[in-house]
Ligand binder design. Sequence first.
Ligand code: MN
Length: 576
Amino acid sequence: MSNRSEQLETLLTRLSETSAWPVDRDLITRAFNFALEAHKDQKRKSGEPYFNHLYETALIAAKWQVDSVTIAAALLHDVLEDTSVTEAELSKEFGKDIAFLVNGVTKISRLKYRGNQAQAETLKKMILALSQDIRVVFIKLADRTHNMSTLEHLAPDKQKRIALETTEIYAPLAYRMGLGTVSGDLEDAAFPYLHPEVYKSLQETLKDHLAKGEEYIKKVEKEVTEALANQKIKIVRIDHRVKRISSLYKKLRRYDMNLERIHDLIALRIIVEKVEDCYAVLGVIHSIWPPMPGHIKDYIALPKPNGYRSLHTTVISSNGQPTEFQIRTEEMHYENEYGIAAYWAYQEAKGGQKYLEEQSHARSVLANARQTAWITQLQNWQHDIEDPDEFIAALKIDLFKDRIFVITPKGEAVDLPAGATPLDFAYAIHSDIGNHCVGAKVNSRMVQLDTELQSGDIVEILVQKNRKPNLAWLGFLKTRHARAKLRSSLRENSMLPTTNYYFSITGLDRTAMMRDITAAVSQQGLGIVSLEAPKNTTHAVVTIKLYVHIESISKADQLALRLRAIPSVQRVEYKR
Ligand code: MN
């Protein structure tokens, strides 16, 4: 048992060293003992007590400057999935926040990724949607980081699936959140399972290369240190890093697997005190060796989408070998490794005690972080996954806020707007499933077709071949897609009169105007059949033409009213 109390002490010490928040010893001690008791008869595949996994997960999260609630939830993160403890018990014992976090982690864990591209994107979004509280993602990443380190104990097919899921879902997620080190560690851990042959041969090749490289880099290090001292430029430290195997492999594939063409296998890293010093150091390096054209990268003036900041340059050193330098301040270095976690710490440092009182929840930090770089990262992410149209750009973060993700009985995630019903889900799977729907189960219980779904629900649809769609469904279907499918089926069955309206909207050109117009149409529960807008116009006044399915004149009038209320819209005309 003394072994366990040592573990608890280690955890509390690590947390008090890193956390930007006051450490709640009592809360963490209670969570520690509760998890110990709840999992007491369970073992990991490795044969060690299950509790060790919970301890290691909490210890990993403690590195990221999180608060005590996160650490307590990390210790408890498997009690709902793997023990008889219920959410109600957890909530009674530890409060709503911790119950929410553990429940969130449990829901994410239910998803099984099987390697199709669209699915990966949906999953990434799901994780974000569930992370109305960002701490859910911290815990899940810590959980996965520890599971990767014990992957050897699982069966080969499971190893492959988990390694793939880690590389394609969790590592990019960590990267986008600015947790650069976590992301790289996850990719490195997955690499040998995904590319066993490449891994072996790459390690062989590298051994020789690195031995020679280290010796050479030490010489360069000495030369630079002297030159900087001569110029009286103060540096905090100089060291070097060897390129990660996973990122080396990615780069090698772009360079015909030719190691000679990789100039940053070993890179020198110079940490300075002030931003100005970064540029001063760059100047000194270029005065000693000629820079390679096209290899100076100023990620300070123009940070990477995930917030990464540093100066990079590759020079031809004395023996003709290209050598990369990375120059940054301590603050940049820390943020590059710990992203949003670092943001918390600096906020705390700036605002002191008052800040802590106001921001005792990561949730409010998240709300407050809207203007910060990492929200921009998420926006950029959306650019990657969606058509980078101005419509999507204008949707910004709300794309995630207003969506839920539910799960098929096979464990696949389906992306729906908040408020969607089982019938919307049915139409999202296939229009035939929607049209022939006779009932639905949510989390194994029969429910009404108009029940509001929640993120993480497992939904099963019951169908009957001869069943026809129902006009009344139009009263509660939420998604535009489902309504359109239902209407066309109703029309086929001669159950719906069709009316079409043309709208012509004139107004002052404004980036968000198109978004406002389409939003007005979908808020009325209507579908746009076609839309015509001038592209790249230089005119101040533009006219947008819409063709909309509308069943009644009063609905058309209502839509016209909404459209006229849009700022900068000057004229709305419509006819059947
Ligand atoms: Mn776990």
